[in-house]
Design a protein. Sequence first.
Length: 765
Amino acid sequence: MSGSGNSDLSEGKLCAYLVKHGVVGGDDAVSGLEAEKCSHGQSNPTYILTLKPSQQRLVLRRKPFGSLLPKAHQIDREFMLLERLRECHFPVPRVHHYCKDTSVIGAEFYIMEFVDGTIFRDPSLPDLTPKQRHKVYYELATVLKQLHSLSLNALELPSSFVKHNFFQRQLHVWTKQYELASQLAPRNATFAQLAEQLEHHAKHIGEQELVLCHGDFRLDNVVFHPEKLTVMAVLDWELASTGPPVADLAYACLQYHMPAQEIMGVALPGLQGIQCDGVPDERTFLRTYGVESRPHAWGAFVGLSALRLSSIAQGVYARSLQGNASATNAADCKAIAVALADVGLKAVAVPRDVSLFPLSERTAHLLASLHVFMESHVYPSERKWEAEVLASKDPWAVESSPVLEALKTEAKRRGLWNLFLPAVSGMTQLEYARFAEVMGRSLLASEACNCNAPDTGNMEVLHMYGTKAQKDRWLAPLLEGRIRSCFCMTEPDVASSDATNMQCTITRAPSGDGYVVTGRKWWSTGAGSPRCKFAIVMGRTPDTSRPKHQQHSMIIVPLDAKGVRRVRPLTTFGYDDRPAGHFEMEFDHVLVPRDNMILGEGRGFEIAQGRLGPGRLHHCMRAVGMCERAFELMCARAVGRETFGKRLARHGMVQEKVALSRIEIDQCRLLVLQAAKAIDVQGNKAARKHVAMAKVAVARTAQRVLDRAIQVFGGAGLSSDFPLAYMFTGARALRIADGPDEVHMLSIASLELKAAAKRAFTSKL
């Protein structure tokens, strides 16, 4: 901290009070004190107190003199909170005393310890090396994450402190504060426009995770160790409240949206348009904190942060007109309030929608809820889930992961459950494709939302073709998430790309009261889970009187039936995909009830057509989401890593990888959305060419994008420290799963050539 060398306090009266109440003195006699007002800060005036003759320093913070806006400058809350944070071992100054007696210095105040460290005013950190700048921002993001990880129960905050509807509440408070200040100071139209925009956004921001938010978290409110550059203390807690983590994050990142000029004196210069080695960009800072991408409603929260500062600046300007402002440059805040409102308006402005497939307002709101769920729950749970699976005595038991069960509970609470099924979600395939992309970014998300293959395909089969008894017995518990299932089609002993090759048989039992299933299947995904209670098995029901594609059936086989055996788990490039896995299964003359036949004998290919069309698209869109996450990781690595004297991002070969990946991912997304639209309009059969094109393009693009990302990461990309190696395995497998590339290309070519032949024949006529 630094002082301005002046004071408006009665130093003698203050010293006598502090001695009388035992705040200073004790074994060391105090003959007086010198109060030096800090130049930094516009809200609660702060002073450095130097005791005589020991030269011990303390800090005093008081309310401003004169009349104040209602509920503003509540330093008693700040004092209480510092006590609680200190007890939870969070780095804040130790507080010593609170004084309500306004006769001592003219306002309420409190005393805390002086933390002798460094405060950085300029976010570009011009006096530090690139390595030191990186360290400062790493510490900044880390301490913010530490704050948001504190338990509200452990802090024992009063019930009045814990409030919901953060966005709406803050918007109301700061708009009202602005209105009150504007009774003395001229209004500005920009603030009104920003407030109107934020009111619109408020309607679409649902309830979010509550944590303790600092409320004014920025670089110049943090004290760093002058040598180690570790955080010694976080200051200025007057605006602290409960709210979503994104509120503090957006406020901390407001500097990225501000131009590189002085704002409010020297307090908040911006970083917009500045490239300073070692200072991370906004996305990198967010990843250091622990989120993969800009959280939901990011622009709205940045705009809210700017509106709040604009309102504060308006209040300071109003106090300058009254003559009781604490800062010498308070009159300048008139222009500052306008500039900050303009920053917020630019951040919150929604770009014109150029999407070829815009979402309805209802679906957009639900998609926004999914984004929030991913940021606040799914991404933070990934490492915890991995640790639980590895530590489990039974690696195949889904029940061994409380983390996943907690995610399912939260997904249900948010209405993010069974989104894939139109009859439940009310969404079209085109709408659901957007959701599948988001869920594809994490291994956990699809199962957390009960949208995981092969259960989705099996639920679709039972929903479309099952009898009432089959739906009651098998579909209902699947929809509730109480059981899981697997799908048995591919076989180890034949080329399953041609399903007519399969050897597994489904024949009528001699007694006539059921069917006998005999054969071996493999790549039965999900069969390892103890919750996997049944399989839908496709096999031959030979009947030479029928065409070739009417000699196969699908039947429900309970996995606890006699003769069903899980032979072994299969690995993909060494990964066994626990806890669900992919198994080889044996069906040794398994007798199943006659009522378990789906739709009827010989209808297997018909069912498969209805099952695999949407299922393939779901796989494709999840793969697009996986590519997006890998792409973001690759870009972050390129920006933050240095080789041969410059950032990876400045090497032409890396730039080419980034450009090609962006182009190919966007191409694939459009192909998948087109195919989804075709299914909605024309049906599965008519849309098969579009689905086949998307399936080939996405699988190949995913493999290329993952390969590029691994190359940019180097050895780290091959390790389990990052998800790229596992993603690459899934991308490569997708070129075989749900039909190999060659089969889909054969289908595409066949349809195109038939159409060409038809055109040629028609032209001759």
